[in-house]
Design a protein around this ligand. Structure first.
Ligand code: FMN
Length: 190
C-alpha cells in the first residue's frame, strides 16, 4: 500500500474505459473514509460519465464562464466546452459548509482534499489514470448554483478519471531531508 502511495502518478491523457460501477463505488468508499473533524461528512462528489453528462457539465462551465465574462471569444467558448471531455469520467469534489462552531470551513476543504487523494491512490491501484485539476472554474462563484451548491460550499477539484492513454512515467521522489526537520535545534543554523 505504501508503495502505491509513493509511486502514484497523475495521468492527464485519459481514454475510455472509465472505472466500472463497482470500481467507482470502491473509489468513492475510499474517498468517504477521509479524516473528518466532528464527523460532519462535509463531502459531495458529483460524477459525470458519458457524452450526455459530460456535455451537461460543459454547458454549466460555459454558463458560469459567460456570467463572469459575457464577452468571451468563440475560441475560449470552444475550449471551455471541451474541458470535461478530456476524460471519460469527471468527478467534481465539493466541500459542503456545515457551519460547526469547532470546525472552520478550511477543515472541511482539507477533509475533502484527503478524500480526493484517497480516490487518486485507489484509481492508481486499480490501474486507472487520474488527474486532479482546479483552474478558474474551481473558483468561479457562478458555477456553484449550477452544480446545486450553496454559496459557502467550495469546489476542491475536478478529478478526471479514465484509462491512461500514455505510458505512465515514474516521478522523482522528493528527498525527505529537504522537507523535514526534527526538533527545533536547526533554527539556529539558518
Ligand atoms: C488542489 C490541486 C489543484 C490542481 N490543479 C491543477 C490544474 O488545474 N492543472 C494542472 O495541470 N495540475 C493541477 N494540479 C496538479 C496535478 O494534479 C498533479 O498533482 C501534478 O501535475 C503532479 O503530478 P503527480 O501527481 O504525478 O505528482 C493540482 C493539484 C492540486 C493538489
Amino acid at each position: 500500500m505504501l508503495n502505491t502511495i509513493i509511486n502514484r502518478v497523475s495521468c492527464g491523457r485519459l481514454q475510455a474505459p472509465a472505472p466500472s460501477k463497482e470500481e467507482l463505488n470502491l473509489l468513492l468508499q475510499a474517498a468517504l473514509r477521509a479524516p473528518d473533524h466532528k464527523g460532519l461528512k462535509p463531502w459531495q462528489y458529483l460524477v459525470f460519465e458519458g457524452e450526455q453528462q459530460l456535455n451537461q457539465l460543459a454547458q454549466v462551465y460555459l454558463q458560469a464562464s459567460l456570467k463572469e465574462n459575457p464577452e468571451l471569444e468563440e475560441a475560449k467558448k470552444e475550449r471551455i466546452l471541451s474541458l470535461p471531455h478530456r476524460a471519460p469520467m469527471v468527478i467534481v469534489a465539493i466541500a459542503k459548509h456545515k457551519a460547526h462552531e469547532k470546525v472552520p470551513h478550511i477543515e472541511e476543504i482539507l477533509s475533502t482534499g484527503a478524500g480526493v487523494q484517497n480516490l487518486l491512490i485507489g484509481a492508481y491501484e486499480l490501474g486507472y489514470g487520474a488527474y486532479w485539476r482546479s483552474g478558474p472554474l474551481c473558483f468561479n462563484p457562478h458555477l456553484k448554483p449550477l452544480l446545486g451548491m450553496n454559496e459557502e460550499d467550495s469546489i476542491v477539484g475536478f478529478v478526471y478519471l479514465g484509462t491512461p492513454d500514455i505510458e505512465l512515467k515514474a516521478r522523482p521522489i522528493p528527498d525527505v531531508s529537504e522537507f523535514v526537520r526534527f526538533g527545533l535545534d536547526w533554527i539556529d543554523d539558518c
